[in-house]
Design a protein around this ligand. Structure first.
Ligand code: FAD
Length: 518
């Protein structure tokens, strides 16, 4: 017999051997010897009260052996000679689109502007050490897309958009640990992601798909409103039938190309702000109500904050406990920050984007002349402003949190994880009021919600500008562009995802739609 149970375990109990068995036998009023095994189905931590509680959902096997761990099998087919689907971009959306094509018996041909995950590392080093941004290979572009050198947080709110569990199982199939199927807030870590991504690529190749690196798509050949061919930067032209456009929200050249060709786009609301960095110990102490270091059984603490200021949300975004702030620019002449963390989340800093909602219809009157690309232009301008304020390299402008809120220049800054370095700048007077004044009110409110958060030991670093796409590439119910037959806008770049998992799910859906179109 198998019974499912919810069990609560405190920190002292968590250290005890067989604690789940003991608790289960007590709760079920059965002899402990009759419990053959316990399988953890879900684990979460509740730190709202001083006594931290681990909440477990378990399956209790009574007089019955634990079945072998299921192999997560995906029915991939040999597609070497199958009909082709072209996929532009090899981020989560493109990777999962390619895998789904193979499952359904179609051959994915992937075109990726960046390099493979190994070679990409060299270009990241060049950004961090020499401030040199390769416009095809950086923290956003290259194998695995923007999700590769990230936190690998696998949280998504878009539960309706597809089968989240299926995406997780597929990650396990390609080498992620089964822990991601259990944790309430699963994450993989930037040190583990590259191997998984390499396994995905090798699997695609093994079944007859194609993945071409250094293959930036630079033009679409359209006749009678039907996509006929795509052109690469090396001049190659490829005849196409169905194309999944999964180029992410940093591929500004793609938006500009579509706009130039009069292909329908829409301006989309988005969010921008700064990244805040605290010593992890401060966040641990607030969240776990402890003094000194957190208990070794507890993970680096995270937080999630939101506050309404003058009808706009100010909220934390992509919080990285025990992580690093990274330079996420995709071109020279701009400074963009983002966050990532290793699987153990053992760095001494906690960072998070703190961003303000930008309503594209109301907030950017001076940008109306840019039409549907107004949000994009606004992003560009702030990234340029950050570049100039940092000193015209990848050094980022920064200010102590309290100085920012109270409108003072910082004569010194706190230590940081941001490798290119920081330059003290009066960010309070540089940011547009729309963002700056809301951020200042937001930080004050956050300090009241989390005592100790509002501290001079934190820096704010600018700018956090690539939260989501400022442009939407429309699509019909069948996921095809309303004007251009054969074009399937996909993932974050189209405005249909906001993170690794939702992008992956959209990739699968677009593959199904593109195949249905053949
Ligand atoms: P992308 O991942 O952006 O992939 C697009 C791909 O298209 C890129 O590989 C790019 O090189 C390629 N491309 C672009 N233009 C062209 C072209 N013209 N021709 C050919 N190829 C092209 N999300 C989470 O859920 N959890 C996290 O912890 C997390 N952390 C992040 C940390 C960082 C530093 C960054 C930058 C992002 C993070 N994100 C995180 C966001 C997440 O990475 C994205 O939401 C996700 O990758 C979007 O997937 P996508 O496939 O739609 O686009």
């Amino acid at each position: 017999m198998v019974k499912e149970l919810q069990l609560r375990v405190n920190l002292i109990e968590e250290r005890k051997e067989d604690i789940l068995k003991k608790k289960a036998s007590k709760k079920l009023e059965i002899n402990i010897a009759s419990i053959t095994a316990i399988k953890v189905l879900r684990k979460s931590i509740d730190a709202r009260k001083k006594d931290v509680i681990f909440n477990y959902k378990v399956a209790v096997y009574i007089n019955e052996p634990l079945p072998e761990t299921p192999d997560y099998v995906f029915d991939y087919k040999d597609v070497s000679n199958a009909k082709e689907i072209h996929i532009i971009g090899f981020g989560p959306a493109g990777m999962y689109a390619a895998l789904r094509c193979i499952e359904l018996g179609y051959k994915p041909i992937v075109l990726e502007r960046g390099k493979n995950v190994q070679d990409r590392r060299r270009d990241l080093r060049a950004i961090n050490q020499f401030h040199d941004v390769n416009e095809d290979s950086n923290y956003c572009f290259g194998e695995g897309g923007a999700g590769t050198y990230s936190d690998g947080k696998l949280y998504t709110r878009s539960l309706k958009r597809g089968d989240v569990r299926r995406i997780f199982e597929n990650l396990v199939y390609h080498g992620a640990t089964e822990q991601i199927l259990i944790d309430a807030h699963p994450h993989i870590g930037t040190n583990k992601l590259p191997k998984i991504i390499k396994n995905i690529r090798e699997n695609i190749l093994k079944y007859g798909g194609e993945v071409h690196f250094d293959s930036r798509v630079t033009d679409f050949i359209i006749k009678n409103n039907k996509l006929q061919a795509i052109q690469l930067q090396n001049g190659t032209e490829m005849t196409v039938n169905s194309v999944i456009l999964a180029t992410g929200h940093s591929a500004r050249d793609i938006y500009e190309l579509l706009h130039k060709k009069d292909i329908l786009l829409k301006a989309k609301s988005f969010a921008m702000g700064v990244r805040v960095e605290h010593p992890q110990e401060i966040i641990d102490q607030i969240q776990y109500s402890c003094t000194g270091q957190r208990d070794e059984l507890l993970p680096a603490a995270a937080y999630s904050l939101v506050h309404q200021v003058n009808n706009r949300g100010v909220y934390s975004f992509c919080m990285c406990p025990g992580g690093f702030i990274v330079p996420a620019a995709t071109a020279n002449g701009e400074v963009v920050v983002n966050g990532m963390s290793p699987s153990r989340r053992n760095n001494k800093f906690a960072n998070s984007g703190i961003v303000v909602e930008i309503n594209v219809d109301k907030d950017l009157p001076k940008y109306e002349k840019f039409g549907v690309l107004k949000g994009l232009q606004y992003q560009k301008d702030l990234e340029k402003l950050a570049f100039n304020a940092g000193g015209r390299t990848q050094v980022a402008p920064a200010q102590r949190l309290t100085d920012f809120v109270e409108g003072r220049f910082s004569h010194s800054l706190n230590e940081t994880s941001y490798q290119p370095g920081l330059n003290s700048s009066p960010i309070h007077s540089l940011l547009p009021k729309l963002i700056g004044s809301r951020l200042r009110k937001g930080f004050t409110a956050f300090g009241k919600k989390m005592h100790g958060y509002y501290t001079q030991e934190a820096n704010i670093i600018g700018v956090e500008s690539r939260t989501s796409s400022p442009v939407n590439i429309p699509r019909k119910d069948n996921l095809e562009h309303p004007q251009i037959a054969g074009l399937f806008p996909c993932g974050e770049g189209g405005g249909y995802a906001g993170g690794i998992i939702s992008a992956a799910m959209d990739g699968e859906r677009c593959a199904e739609a593109a195949i249905a179109n053949l």
